[in-house]
Design a protein around this ligand. Sequence first.
Ligand SMILES: [Zn+2]
Length: 260
Amino acid sequence: MIQGFLDFLTPPDVSSAPVVARASAPPPGYARAGEDAPRQPDVLFERSARAERYRLTLRKDGVAVATIPARGTEREAMVFVEQHRDWLERARARQRLRPRAAEVWALGTQVLWRGEMAEIRQAVAGERPCVCLAADVFRVARLDGNLRPTLEAHFLRKAKVELTARTWELAAETAMEVKEVMVRNQRTRWGSCTTGGLISLNWRLIQAPDTVRDYVIYHELMHLKEMNHSARFWRRVEEVCPPWREAEVWLKRNGAMLGL
Ligand SMILES: [Zn+2]
């Protein structure tokens, strides 16, 4: 059993936090059964038996979702959405500004690689087709079509070697006792650790700048001493990784580029 498992989640983007409101009983005669209220085309209404409040969120794909609580009505949900139009517009504007990764990767696509945006270029290397990103060369089966699955598989392989080696290096530097390092595909976190000394890292950290990668590793290493996010924990992080605040800002700003 894993004990004392601690997630290191990217802090939520506070400015995009969903808005919520208490459900109130519908006013008498307000919504008649079978009445098909006109819907806002850009907002999806979802009923939730577990929700206690009206809630408006903006999904990563740009669709706004209004949650209707168990005791709520669609009509009230629409009023709620109208009341929060300004919030939704601001959230949409922020989403447009936030850097996103391209879905399909082809020659010429800009990809985040080792902390920099690098263009996927055709490489001249023998007879087999290859592409390069900055100084790294990757073999691909073919140059047309979506290169993303092949390249991400290469990234994962490199990440397993490099992130693991770096973790052992920083563990030695900070005299922390690590039992095992795992590099995985984690959808919601950059890293995690257990009291047993297992450190797990998100392979996508290989796309981040070295300073950010090191910060996440230091962060997990310090959790081996402090399994919490107390002031003591942050003092330890500060001691071993003074630029941790800038790294946090980078992760917050660029998380979407890495699929988080
Ligand atoms: Zn943490």
